[in-house]
Design a protein around this ligand. Structure first.
Ligand code: HEM
Length: 286
């Protein structure tokens, strides 16, 4: 089912991959990202980090509905997120990984936790490492999984501070000096000032621009063409810079490294003592 959804809309691979990431980094892989807000509680999906940004909810509902028809109460929403992410990446030419099953769904989803647990596009290298360490992921996992940005897009407003009025050290005509000046010109065309909702591909290279799963993101970062400040920040530590160079290189281990780190990300557990269940409907607790 995932394969046919991605076949008819290749951009769904990015949507499914990001949903799984945003699920796992907040309260573990427990489907909390899929819960709806209630009158007294704003849920993760409605946080600033996720609202008008995460996609794929309807498609996950379709998968869940089909599973409930044949096997009611067996496959958790969290497992569905893990499986669709993997199957989507395989569908666009990525390397497969084992998805360990048996996750259960949580009953808690709090918007503010998305803001504190998900890495910010303005994060420094140290903050990125800390954010990943908080969920048991290594510095290498952080660099490797940033390679997810070989697919998908970002809103201009999330990096336009690098293009206009940049006042940090070494600013050149208001531009972030760590961004290739020629590429800054290209991005300014796609992202005119005051158009924060325009979008650009993280990695426009490849036969499906923005949707080709390959080492292109690391090649872009190596060439100072990482779009987000957090992507460019990978070059600001010696470990990060050499891992980026390795992933971008002729014998890039990207496919394998990504598969290993994704399997690990999929095992991030819900906090001890959490009440867990297999939700009947991914939007609501049972
Ligand atoms: C390292 C820290 C990371 C930061 C700061 C970050 C930040 C972002 C931002 C700001 C966007 C654009 C959102 C928008 O325009 O509304 C985005 C998109 C995306 N992110 Fe990340 N991300 C990170 C890591 C990851 C990881 C680990 C994955 C998956 C394993 C991932 C997968 C994606 C995908 C696939 C998209 C494109 C979504 C689409 O086109 O619908 N990101 N990310």
């Amino acid at each position: 089912m995932t394969a046919s959804m991605v076949q008819s809309d290749r951009t769904m691979a990015a949507a499914f991959l990001r949903l799984h990431f945003h699920d796992c980094f907040v309260r573990g892989c427990d489907g909390s990202v899929l819960l709806d807000s209630t009158s007294g509680n704003q849920a993760e999906k409605d946080s600033f980090a996720n609202a008008n940004s995460l996609r794929g909810f309807t498609q996950i509902d379709q998968v869940k509905a089909q599973l409930e028809e044949v096997c009611p109460g067996v496959v958790s929403c969290a497992d569905i997120l893990a499986l669709t992410a993997r199957d989507a990446i395989v569908q666009i030419g990525g390397q497969s990984w084992v998805v360990d099953l048996g996750r259960k769904d949580g009953i808690v989803s709090i918007a503010s936790e998305s803001m504190s647990s998900l890495p910010s596009p303005f994060a420094t290298y140290t903050q990125l490492v800390q954010g990943f360490a908080a969920v048991g992921m290594s510095e290498k996992d952080m660099v490797v999984l940033s390679g997810a940005h070989t697919i998908g897009k970002t809103k201009c407003g999330l990096f336009s501070q690098r293009l206009y009025g940049f006042s940090g050290p070494g600013a050149v005509n208001g531009t972030d000096p760590t961004l290739d000046p020629d590429y800054a010109n290209v991005l300014r065309q796609q992202c005119p000032q005051n158009a924060p909702l325009n979008t650009v591909f993280f990695d426009p290279s490849g036969s499906f621009p923005g949707q080709t799963y390959d080492k292109g993101f690391f090649q872009a970062v190596s060439a100072n063409r990482g779009v987000l400040a957090s992507d460019a920040a990978l070059l600001t530590s010696s470990f990060g810079a050499s891992q980026v160079a390795l992933e971008a290189g002729a014998t890039s281990p990207f496919m394998t490294d990504f598969a290993i780190s994704m399997r690990k990300m999929g095992t991030i557990a819900a906090p001890a003592g959490s009440v867990l269940e297999v939700r009947k409907n991914c939007h609501f607790v049972n």
